[in-house]
Design a protein around this ligand. Structure first.
Ligand SMILES: NC(=O)c1ccc[n+]([C@@H]2O[C@H](COP(=O)([O-])OP(=O)(O)OC[C@H]3O[C@@H](n4cnc5c(N)ncnc54)[C@H](O)[C@@H]3O)[C@@H](O)[C@H]2O)c1
Length: 363
């Protein structure tokens, strides 16, 4: 199989998993890495035996690189993605696609103008857990969906992330940072969203980093940290969705889907694994479902591998830029709805991604 040569821009915390992903997915190899911190790029290149490291512009000059994976911080996503497109590369961006819907649209328009492709993370909905949920829904195991609830409740990343400031700036916060996993999962299970409403607030305006190396540094919180929302899907069903960095602990599920015949308990959409539980009018209590695939470990890169396969075969890929843009508009509208104190209708739409099929993977 010919491997597509890709370049990675942004060699921070999440880069290790991407830089080791070609061991699992056979249709690409990493030809180079870049970062504004060139030393960090060099360290990662040495660690993962990648032949090239350097500045962003040096990487973009490399003609053999066909696609750039954008692993920079959210505030840099638009600029880096557009630079890569203008250098003639397809882009696969970590979430969110950009920090505003308008910027996300600019990225997508530039790709269309140049005849290039944009794909977006998260790809966790292609993992064994969420694909099993999708299969159960398609089989009608809980009947027709009537509603859903989703909860991303935690204490924020300042106790574990080495450089957590960006989590409290525009383009992050509990909704923009972890919301993409939940919203992408919900859209894959229930289809696109048509309108939203919400109530939000900043609970603690200044937070202290407790992880090293910045322990003791204060962060000015610029985004709501308790976001309580209602989503209506194009099919007419609704979901309650809360994201927060203000919650010490919870026993609530991550996601539940309610159907005319039963209930589906969806695993953490930030993970690839199960377990998946369901109950219906024919079961005695809850049953654990058999998982439909072996993609249970941290398979980040599966969406990229599917995108490259899609480009090659001339068919839609599952982690599409349109899906990322729709998720971005949903999140932006959630925040705006609270400010405007009214329901907001969405303007973007996307295909409900198909189920993942026929994939080559090294266990
Ligand atoms: N850390 C995680 O667990 C995790 C998980 C999934 C997704 N993500 C997403 O991945 C992205 C990166 O997250 P991270 O945790 O690795 O962040 P990080 O801060 O650890 O790393 C970001 C890297 O991007 C570089 N960078 C910033 N601006 C740049 C620019 N303009 N040009 C080139 N390089 C630039 C920084 O120097 C840094 O090395 C974010 O979008 C985040 O939402 C992170």
């Amino acid at each position: 199989m010919t491997k597509t040569k890709i370049g990675v821009i942004g060699t921070g915390s999440i880069s290790d998993v991407y830089l080791s992903s070609p061991q699992k997915f056979l249709n690409y190899e990493i030809a180079g890495v870049a970062d504004i911190n060139v030393e960090r790029a060099q360290e990662q290149a040495e660690k993962h035996q990648i032949p090239f490291s350097g500045s962003v512009s040096e990487l973009l000059e490399k003609e053999d690189i066909e696609l750039v994976v954008n692993l920079t911080i959210p505030a840099a996503h638009k600029e880096v993605s557009i630079k890569a497109l203008q250098a003639g590369k397809h882009v696969y961006s970590e979430k969110p696609l950009a920090t505003t819907c308008n910027d996300g649209l600019l990225v997508m328009e530039e790709a269309r103008r140049l005849g290039l492709h944009v794909g977006t993370a998260p790809d966790t909905f292609l993992g064994a857990g969420l694909q099993t949920c999708r299969a159960l829904l398609d089989q009608g195991v809980i009947g027709e969906p009537v509603g859903a609830s989703a909860f991303m409740l935690g204490r924020g990343p300042e106790s574990w992330h080495p450089n957590p400031e960006f989590f409290y700036k525009q383009g992050a916060g509990p909704l923009f940072d972890l919301g993409p996993y939940y919203l992408t999962a919900l859209i894959s299970l229930l289809g696109p969203v048509s309108q939203v409403a919400s109530m939000n607030r900043v609970t603690v305006p200044e937070r202290e980093i407790t992880s090293e190396p910045f322990a003791g540094t204060k962060i000015k919180v610029e985004v709501p940290t308790y976001v309580s929302s209602l989503l209506q899907f194009s099919t007419g069903i609704s979901a309650s969705f809360i994201t927060s960095f203000d919650v010490w602990d919870t026993k609530l599920p991550k996601i539940e889907i309610y159907g005319t015949k039963g209930t589906l308990l969806v695993p953490d959409p930030n993970e690839f694994n199960g377990p998946v539980y369901f109950m219906n009018n024919e079961t005695t209590g809850w049953q654990e479902a058999d998982l439909v695939s072996s993609y249970t470990d941290n398979c980040r890169g599966i969406g990229l591998a599917d995108m490259l396969r899609g480009i090659k075969e001339g068919r839609p890929y599952l982690c599409s830029g349109d899906l990322g843009l729709h998720v971005l508009e949903v999140m932006e509208a959630i925040l705006e709805s609270s400010d405007k104190k009214r329901f907001l209708e969405l303007e973007t739409n996307c295909r409900r991604p198909e189920r993942l099929t026929g994939f080559q993977y090294q266990d």
